[in-house]
Ligand binder design. Structure first.
Ligand code: BZD
Length: 838
């Protein structure tokens, strides 16, 4: 470091402290300076978008300051760090979140007002980075928020895709996918680190040589690409701690393939370089079926290889013994997508640093832990041996070696079991299928010291079903870590009226750091003023959503109706089709009533939002069906405001922040045992919606805390599901058959397109739509009856919202830190205090 005099240092601190103090004028100066000098616009003529950018840059300055101090302190303290590896981070917009976490939202609002801009309008200028598909990617981002808030020394690692999840347009009722080139506008938050880059290799062959009687391997790859780091500061709430989300972008290396050039094959050489740039260009939009594509495996290895190099470089900054590695490094694998990190770390330790196999292995499995997010067998990742060998020949060897040792141990353990070979075949990392494949989940289980599911029910299913043999073999590896969501984004940022209410009645904002505090407000459950304010908060959110719907879909919805909402990826197991069938049922029921009877019914607005994977035909048909139902119902003069059906286009993090707080009822209706956890269920209940749902995923635990009497629970329980599936061809029953027939005869859209949706339910109803239907419509009737008693509904809604403390991701992260990572927090002193003490 540069040597400077005491006086000079003091001066620097003073200047810095002035630059980031929280005075209105300081904020204004910084914004104007960015308008003028960074964006090169004139201060007399800058539009809303420039103002957004300048404001973001002024916020980023503050983040960089605390980010630098945080990293310095982490290095100085040299405590263990956790690396959260995820192929997706659904960060959502950053501006409001950053201001809330820095405690500067009001200050910035005031500062901007004087220069002619409304802060809330600037929020809307921000693009919503969609670097994830759904729950898994959003969970990763909630976790980063909690890691920062709880002062843990943590890093996120992922991919900086040029194209995020596609933008969904609805054209004539069909989903149309549009490219999401989210970087077209500058991204004001990231910091490009052209100085932090690593080479990543693919292909080639493995060379063997003997050294002192030991066989050594050397991978001679045939392709190189460069990984460049882009850093995204993640501020914690009410702490100076700012952690880093490092996303890798692929670029060509500067080394030319001279051979090709010499052969005069200039174009081929350029082509190879372009191939390097492709790697991080697009996020795969499949959220459940693995793509199996070569580019996907390249993405996975690319990000693992760069990350492992970065982690090792940081470890080696202080020279030390490899035995210390697991005391300094914990790596969490968010599903199997980063699984190649395991053979990659082994390869580096053995081939590069010369560690003996057993020693490397002992280090490796202590470092890794693996989170599973699905029990659906078709969703488990498998890579063909052929592809693996072609792309990563040395890694395949290492996987074979891991498997060799593991199979030996399993063989010994079950030496006298008549099913020994079945058991080995089941647990093997290699599936002897055609084509032969590598089972990535098995690799993760064997190569990690901890494996966890994401809700109690799901974790039990892992132990008793999906990974039962592994659980028998490694009984202590399996854990549960029920998911959570960050109350900063999902209450404070998205629901101002409710946040103001909490602030008023709790007389502080500390509920944002400890969500269990809201429970104390149960003492107001009979206080009419409190209840009325809570009701008004919901009403305001409903009106905001109604305005959004009118703008986005051109549909006017009545805000005195019950808002009944289902937003999540479209999937058969989630059963948007069951919801659609209920809409049809309700429509027919209303149609059959006298005008007088109709007038007594509860008004409802049904809303569905979510993307279908582009190749998932059935999911796309479900979207079309819902839109067709909307076309019929919304234009029926008999129905009017009694019922509306709206498909909310392009569901994403920023629209979720408007949609979720407005719900009265939320549909969480997956077949028991299929939804690992669900996280929108948590967001909805925190914001005062009541669950209409099955005993699946985290619904079970939510109901435990808020009370089953404050939810509408229906359908088969998980222990009943297997048996019911055996009768999946049973008849639908009269009332349901009538709905089937209506779709098949074209009452809702073209039956040529849509009747296959019904036929699959008739013949092979894997997700038990038929057997759950009747208990579902009964619960829906109960929801109506309850809604007519507005006071009772309000009490249920309030009780739910106030009892969600356990579902803050802060609780989840503390559990990971204590029970998996063995991680201690490191608190960052505030800079102003620092400055003053100097
Ligand atoms: O993970 C989801 C589960 O379906 C939810 O039940 C759970 O709450 C969340 C968080 O634990 N899984 C996903 O979102 N999965 C994916 O998005 C995904 C992405 C790529 C490839 C495979 C799956």
């Amino acid at each position: 470091s540069v040597m400077r005099g005491e006086e000079a240092n003091e001066k620097l601190w003073e200047l810095m402290a002035e630059y980031i103090d929280s005075e209105k004028s300081t904020i204004q100066k910084s914004i104007v300076a960015h308008v003028e000098y960074t964006l090169a616009r004139t201060r007399f003529n800058f539009d809303k978008n420039s103002c957004f950018k300048a404001t973001a840059l002024s916020i980023r300055d503050r983040l960089i300051e605390s980010w630098n101090d945080t990293q310095q302190l982490f290095t100085a303290e040299d405590k263990k760090r956790v690396y959260y590896m995820s192929i997706e981070f659904l960060i959502g917009r950053s501006m409001q979140n950053a201001l809330v976490n820095l405690g500067l939202e009001d200050k910035y609002r005031e500062a901007l007002e004087e220069v002619g801009y409304k802060l809330e309008e600037l929020y809307d200028e921000e693009v919503d980075p969609g670097l994830g598909n759904g729950g898994l990617g959003r969970l990763a981002s909630c976790f980063l928020d909690s890691l920062a808030t709880l002062d843990y020394p943590a890093w996120g690692y992922g991919i900086r895709y040029d194209y995020g999840i596609f933008r969904q347009m609805i054209v004539k009722g069909y989903q149309v996918e549009m490219p999401d080139y989210w970087l077209a506008q500058m991204n004001p938050w990231e910091i490009e680190r052209s100085d932090v880059s690593y080479d990543v290799y693919f292909g080639g062959r493995v060379e063997k040589r003997w050294e002192n009687g030991v066989e050594k391997s050397n991978w001679i790859p045939s392709e190189t690409v460069k990984a460049v780091a882009y850093d995204n500061p993640i501020p914690g709430y009410d702490t100076f701690n700012t952690i880093n989300l490092r996303l890798w972008k692929s670029i060509p290396t500067n080394e030319f393939d001279f051979q090709s050039f010499n052969q005069g094959d200039y174009f081929r050489a350029i082509e190879t370089r372009q191939k390097a740039e492709y790697i991080t260009s697009v996020l795969y939009p499949n959220d459940s079926t693995p793509s199996g594509k070569e580019l996907r495996l390249r993405q996975q290895y690319f990000f693992c290889c760069a990350t492992i190099q970065d982690v090792i470089r940081r470890f080696l900054k202080k020279s030390r013994d490899w035995e210390e590695f697991p005391d300094k490094v914990a790596i969490q694998l968010n599903d199997t997508h980063p699984a190649i990190s395991i053979p990659e770390l082994l390869r580096v330790l053995v081939d590069k640093y010369g560690l003996e196999w057993q020693r490397a292995w002992n280090i490796c499995y202590k470092v890794f832990s693996y989170t599973n997010h699905t029990v659906m067998p078709e969703a488990l990742e498998k890579w063909s041996i052929e592809l693996f060998e072609r792309l990563l020949p040395r890694h395949l060897e290492i996987i074979y070696l891991i498997n060799f040792h593991f199979m030996n141990q399993v063989g010994q353990r079950y030496a006298n079991d008549p099913k020994k070979f079945d058991i080995m075949g089941y647990m093997s990392l290699i599936e002897e299928s055609r084509p032969k494949t590598v089972r990535m989940a098995n690799l993760c289980i064997v190569g990690s010291h901890a494996v966890n599911g994401v809700a109690a029910l799901h974790s039990n299913l892992l132990k008793t079903q999906l990974f039962a043999r592994f659980h028998e073999y490694f009984p202590n590896k399996f854990q549960n870590k029920t998911n959570g969501v960050t109350p900063r984004r999902w209450i404070k940022c998205s629901n101002k009226p409710l946040s103001d209410l909490y602030q008023k009645y709790l007389e502080s904002n500390s509920w944002l750091s400890d969500l269990t505090e809201t429970k104390s407000l149960m003492r107001f459950i009979d206080n009419e003023e409190f209840k009325e304010e809570f009701r008004l908060a919901k009403q305001q959110n409903k009106e905001r959503l109604a305005r959004w719907i009118e703008k986005e879909c051109g549909i006017r919805v009545p805000t005195d109706a019950m808002f009944d909402i289902m937003v999540k990826r479209i999937h058969e197991y989630k059963r948007q089709n069951l919801f659609a069938l209920y809409m049809i049922h309700r429509y027919f029921t209303l149609k059959a009533m006298s005008v007088d009877d109709r007038a007594k019914q509860v008004k409802r607005v049904f809303m569905v939002g979510g993307k279908a994977a582009p190749g998932y035909i059935a999911a796309k048909k479900i979207i079309k069906l819902i839109n067709s139902i909307g076309d019929v119902v919304n234009n029926d003069p008999d129905i009017g405001d009694l019922m509306k059906v709206v498909f909310l286009p392009n569901y994403c993090v920023s629209s979720a922040q408007i949609i979720i707080p407005a719900a009265d009822l939320t549909e969480q209706i997956s077949t028991a045992g299929t939804e690992a956890s669900g996280t929108s269920n948590m967001k909805f209940v925190m914001n005062g919606a009541i669950i209409m749902g099955t005993m699946d995923g985290a619904n079970v635990e939510i109901v435990e805390d808020v009370g089953i009497q404050n939810s509408f629970i229906f359908g088969a329980r998980v222990h009943e599901v297997d048996k019911l599936r055996q009768h999946s061809g049973q008849p639908a029953g009269t009332r349901l058959q009538k709905l089937f027939d209506a779709v098949k005869n074209g009452t809702f859209g073209n039956p040529k397109e849509l009747s296959s949706l019904i036929e699959s339910l008739e013949h092979n109803d894997v997700y038990l739509v038929k057997s759950d239907f009747y208990s579902y419509i009964e619960k829906q009737a109960e929801a109506d009856a309850t809604y007519k008693n507005q006071d009772q509904w309000l009490r249920m809604s309030i009780t739910g919202a106030l009892n969600m403390g356990r579902f803050s991701s802060d609780r989840t992260i503390k559990e990971y830190a204590d029970e998996i990572w063995d991680l201690e927090s490191v608190e960052i002193p505030k800079p102003s205090l620092n400055a003053m003490s100097r």
